[in-house]
Design a protein around this ligand. Structure first.
Ligand SMILES: [Zn+2]
Ligand SMILES: [Zn+2]
Length: 311
């Protein structure tokens, strides 16, 4: 494949009627569906081994979420105060993390040792041996998207463990009914940036949601509205196109010529099994081309953190 960029025409759809402001993650399926999607995307892909490995990581996230113990949630007073001030309720930066996330990490690192490629073995050993202070420091960096390049190889596993913990919280009934924040581009539950946006199918066909890179909450944002600066006039789309003219229309980049940012959009009406995290990592060729065209990606995917390759 030698993909180029093309601008699709006439792809905009109707905004879904009465789409709820917020969709909580579904614990039974969020990671299980993602793992299945990683497996499907791995077939015939140039990065098949990596995507298949991420399927394993995600399947363990699913198992951890199914057996997640109850951990402290914000009190009613904390919740009401956050909502009154338009702040996220369980902020990635500021919420006192329960140490359970480090147990998730130890479980992940242990389970993955038998299936990880040789190059990752020292990384998994280093994670197993790291002390709590070091792990909490690396977690702070992941949650602020200030990645320590010297430990880049460890960070996706730390992110995966934090995702399990925050997804458990985000799925609780106490977190239902949150409104969108004044800043439309951050998660109302945890304040993180979106990994991508998702155009829904099914009940909310056509409605566009931003998908949280940490807690898997989705929040509604009207279509063709830049999630970074709110502009609507200068938003356009880029898709990958093969040499033979075949376009890849499940994932497109929504680029803004006002703030020069972009975020990918995953179209579930084209493929109902498309997943914002898995489809993002299977289309890094699109990021390369959009980066080269001068746009800066606005939201992270912490399962992929480039760096010095240290462990
Ligand atoms: Zn979130
Ligand atoms: Zn913008």
């Amino acid at each position: 494949m030698n993909p180029t960029l093309s601008t699709p025409a006439g792809m905009d759809l109707q905004q879904g009627l009465e789409a709820p402001a917020l969709l909580q993650p579904l614990p039974a399926s969020v990671f299980a569906d993602r793992a299945a999607r990683f497996e499907r995307l791995a077939h015939g892909h140039a990065s098949a081994d990596w995507l298949a490995f991420l399927a394993s990581v995600t399947r363990i996230q699913h198992e951890l979420l199914q057996q997640h113990p109850a951990v402290p949630l914000p009190s009613d007073a904390q919740r009401e105060q956050s909502i009154r001030h338009g702040m996220p309720v369980v902020p990635a930066n500021g919420w006192t993390r329960d140490p359970i996330w480090r147990r998730h990490l130890a479980h992940l690192a242990g389970r993955l040792q038998s299936m990880a490629p040789e190059a990752l073995q020292p990384v998994l050993v280093a994670l197993t041996n790291a002390d709590a202070t070091e792990l909490e420091r690396l977690a702070d960096g992941v949650l602020r998207t200030e990645y320590d390049p010297a430990h880049a190889a460890r960070l996706p596993f730390i992110a995966a463990a934090l995702q399990v913990y925050w997804t458990w919280i985000a799925a609780q009934p106490a977190l239902a009914g949150l409104a969108r924040l004044d800043v439309p581009g951050v998660c109302p539950c945890c304040g993180s940036l979106p990994v991508a946006s998702v155009v829904q199918t099914g009940t909310h066909t056509g409605a566009r949601y931003l998908h949280c890179s940490l807690c898997n909450t989705e929040w509604n944002l009207v279509r063709a509205n830049c999630s970074t600066c709110g502009e609507t006039d200068k938003v356009s789309y880029r898709v990958l196109e093969d040499d033979d003219g075949t376009t890849h229309d499940v994932v497109r980049a929504e680029v803004c010529d006002d703030c020069h940012s972009y975020l990918k959009q995953v179209l579930r009406d084209k493929d109902a099994s498309a997943d914002p995290v898995a489809d993002d990592l299977a289309t890094l060729a699109l990021d390369i081309l959009v980066d080269e065209a001068g746009y800066l990606r606005s939201g992270p995917n912490p399962l992929f953190i480039p760096g010095d390759g240290g462990n």
